[in-house]
Design a protein around this ligand. Structure first.
Ligand code: CAA
Length: 380
């Protein structure tokens, strides 16, 4: 066991931190306020290889390991959690399943532009009636000659209004339960696809979260992703990696809030001395630092397990559960340390506090992570 980053991993972390400090941090608060999608930033991230970090170079990716990806995700999310989730969805939820389950033709045609950042992806699983119960899909796929015809509705889809390429899950026969679900790659320009509305959100306001409609969307049969009946496995295994991405997003939010609170505690004076001289604040700092480090270790461990080719569902669920609940804890404590200033938009911890909440909800709620963890534990 060794806890040191390799030279390449450190280089990627520094590159991401430098890019985030120069290009993202200065505009993060304004993008949040205006709910402005960071199109220019995402384009530059594509040029730097951040949109397809684990994709092999032959398909336009950076060919890096999962640890590099979580390090970059943490740094980008530290500056702006909205930009973090845009990056995470494209890498984990869209590039990964095409690389893993796609045919050679699908990888060349669909994966390459996504990995280069020339196109943006979205992952369309959730529906109004299928949240944690992801198998309860009502979007239907019916075969019509050499096409599938999709009808239904998806909601809470990150990147949904800006995506070029969609991974869509649909049922062929509800009687077959999860075994009747198929996955498809869908071009967002296909007739019948539309964005119904964008959510107005508490946090991650610079990323779009959309409700999408599929009205007789005709998808060529060669755009089915993975074999018949395997759609639910495609969805679940994809989310395993996605959860590591969200754990690193939560880690970035926690780190940003913690560092801001630490610095503030050294300069804010009450009763004639900096507030960090009071034990009440020192204990908060100790708890925040310890939980931040524990989140980091769980997240890096999950990334290492994925790099080693092991099944990492439980490691990913634990990392996501702990890092997201910790981001809730740390951002709350950070606001508390800032006092009245923490509640004001003048200071960044107010945004971090709002951004943290969603990490306990999307890509599987904390309750869903506990279901995954307990199921794996009980099977041992
Ligand atoms: N990898 C591969 N296969 C898996 C798997 C995994 N991680 N997890 C489950 N499966 C397989 C099982 O082996 C089983 O297969 P068999 O029938 O062949 O044995 C099958 O899938 C069904 O498994 P379960 O019985 O465990 O499934 P379930 O219906 O009870 O669901 C659950 C379990 C944990 C609740 C799961 O549905 C789940 O994770 N729900 C949360 C969904 C979620 O995370 N949604 C977020 C969507 S994305 C998003 O948030 C929006 C965005 O844009 C970011």
């Amino acid at each position: 066991m060794q806890f040191e980053l390799t030279e390449q991993q450190r280089m990627i972390k520094d590159l991401a931190a430098d890019f985030a400090a120069r290009e993202i941090a200065p505009i993060a608060a304004q993008m949040d306020e205006e709910e402005r999608f960071p199109a220019d930033v995402v384009k530059k991230m594509g040029e730097l290889g951040f949109m397809g970090m684990n994709v092999p170079e032959q398909y336009g990716g950076a060919g890096l390991d999962m640890v590099c990806y979580v390090l970059a995700m943490e740094e980008i999310s530290k500056a702006c959690a909205s930009t973090g989730v845009i990056m995470s969805v494209n890498n984990s939820l869209v590039c990964w399943p095409i690389e893993t389950y796609g045919t050679e033709e699908q990888k060349v045609k669909w994966l390459t532009p996504l990995a280069k950042g020339e196109k943006l992806g979205a992952y369309c699983l959730s529906e109004p009636g299928a949240g944690t119960d992801a198998a309860a899909q009502t979007t239907m796929a019916k075969k019509d000659g050499d096409h599938w015809v999709l009808n239904g509705m998806k909601n809470f889809i990150t990147n949904g209004a800006n995506a070029d390429t969609l991974i869509v899950f649909a049922h062929t026969d509800p009687e077959l339960k999860h075994k009747g679900i198929l996955a498809f790659i869908v071009d967002a320009k296909t007739e019948g696809f539309s964005v119904i509305r964008k959510e107005e959100k508490m946090g991650i306001r610079a990323s779009d979260t959309a409700q999408l409609a599929f009205d007789n969307v005709r998808v060529p049969a060669d755009q089915q992703l993975g074999p018949d009946g395997a759609g639910f496995k495609v969805a679940m295994s994809t989310l395993d990696g996605g959860r590591i991405g969200i754990a690193s997003q939560a880690l970035g939010i926690s780190a940003a809030a913690y560092e801001a609170a630490l610095e503030y505690s050294k300069v804010r004076e009450q009763f004639g001395r900096p507030i960090c001289k009071f034990q009440a604040i020192q204990w908060k700092i100790a708890d925040m630092a310890t939980r931040l480090e524990a989140s980091r270790l769980l997240t890096y461990r999950a990334a290492c397990a994925k790099d080693q080719g092991k099944r990492y569902s439980e490691e990913a669920a634990m990392a996501k559960l702990y890092a997201s609940e910790t981001s809730h804890f740390i951002t709350n404590e950070a606001v508390q340390i800032f006092g009245g200033n923490g509640y004001s938009k003048e200071y960044p911890v107010e945004r971090h506090f709002r951004d943290a909440k969603i990490t306990e909800i999307y890509e599987g709620t904390s309750e869903a992570q506990r279901m995954v963890i307990s199921a794996m534990e009980l099977r041992k």
